[in-house]
Design a protein. Sequence first.
Length: 532
Amino acid sequence: MNPDSEPDYYGMKKAIIVGGGIASLASAVYLIREAGFAGANIRILEQDKILGGALDGSGSADEGYLIRGGRMHEEHFVCTWDLLSGIPTLDDPDKSVLAEILEFNTRVVTCSISRLVKDGKKMDVSSYGLGIRDRIDTLRLLLSSEDSLAGKRIDEWFSPRFFTTVFWLLWSTTFAFQRWSGIIEMRRYFIRFIHLLPGFNQLKGIMRTVYNQYDSIILPLESWLRRQSVRFSLDCTVTDIDFAINKAGKTATAIHLLNNGVSETISLSDNDYLFVTLGSMVENARIGTMMSPAPPVTRPSTGAWALWKKLAQRHTDFGRPEVFCEHIDQSKWMSFTVTLKDATFFSFMETFTGNTAGTGGLVTLSDSNWLMSVVLAHQPHFANQPDGVFVFWGDGLLPNNEGNYVKKKMSDCCGEEILTELFSHLQIMDRMQAVMSEINCLPCLMPYIDSQFLPRAVEDRPRVVPEGSTNFAFLGQFVEVPDDCVFTVEYSVRTAQTAVYSLLDLDREPLPVYQGGHDIGVLVNAFKAINR
């Protein structure tokens, strides 16, 4: 049947979506909005007890708030803005989430005055410090093909001097790149965000949400989908998927799952479509407390990574998950969320940095053995955050290292020890000691958070719609979207657009990836920036 000749063609179809992160929620929205699916015919299966995936935010003033990671946006995230343009805010049904974000970023503009700190003092970041060889190596990278870069690390491309520059400190801490990250991903970031290079040392052009991204993005999406009667199955782990693979194509035929601990099998009919999120950046995250470190990492027998491994055994088109999930020492890093019932720290940081909370973004302690950064978001950062309570977030890119002041690995530290290290670097330990009883710091160890950056070959990530697929598509950070950058909300939403438009053969194309390099003005300004 030709869907163009039958207005209710997709209204009779059903969809099952594996995963409850932003890619899955976006897929459900596009199925309803663009394909005419009935919301009641869409079922989302999520292994956790809450939706949102990496876009999370939880807790309270008394228990302590928790954000595993923060995501930045910029004006050319066209897929994200397209998605949110049709989703109303929770407070005002006549205002879209996109309109709310744009209004907020008009009022609270990011322009960091204190991006890097060393010896307790602000560093001069007006020059990126790149030498002639660094600039030549960058040009060589931009002119190289991805096939020629397969499996190569960043530190195999650039000289040791490059990693001492202001540029690398800014780059690695803004985007969470490591020296051992894949050079393919770095090349994509250079090209994709070339327009941001002139103001990169001050985080100009970075956009944020009013609250944390669970409150500002996930909850409005979930609320809209529930109003469309979309069904959600939480605490529901997909353990396997059956496929019929032959000359006629590849067809998903059944889904095996544990639904609240009870085994269940869902047979797929000719009217069913399946969307599967592959892998997870935040699976098996381990949470500590103020007085205890995050528990050691274990490898779960079920979950997103275990499922992908089983799928990859079915066909080579389904990717190579072991490239991304078998190198935890290279893919892990730590974050910490701090809840305070005293304004002392915020007052100090606003005076020290010259930025009011929400306008400065990352402040990185460049001489920290853990390469620690902190972010003071605009307050309140949680919708349920009371007056007189303050929340900030931080991370450490090198959690295996021993601290400068606390002589332990960051991964072995409790919240109090992480704060001791932070306050000692800022030379305010004496001042903060008096209010330490009013602070709650929750450490979070994420074994896979940097896994999408690990060195890879082009074919290690499967296509969104594998060749020959008749009824299924893959979603998320570990599928291949040409030209775009992983570790962004935009990437996940783009996979949702691609999956729905392509699998259902709609007369639409995903919105194009911004190509700043095609603008001579952008190129000139970028050239001037890297030569500062």
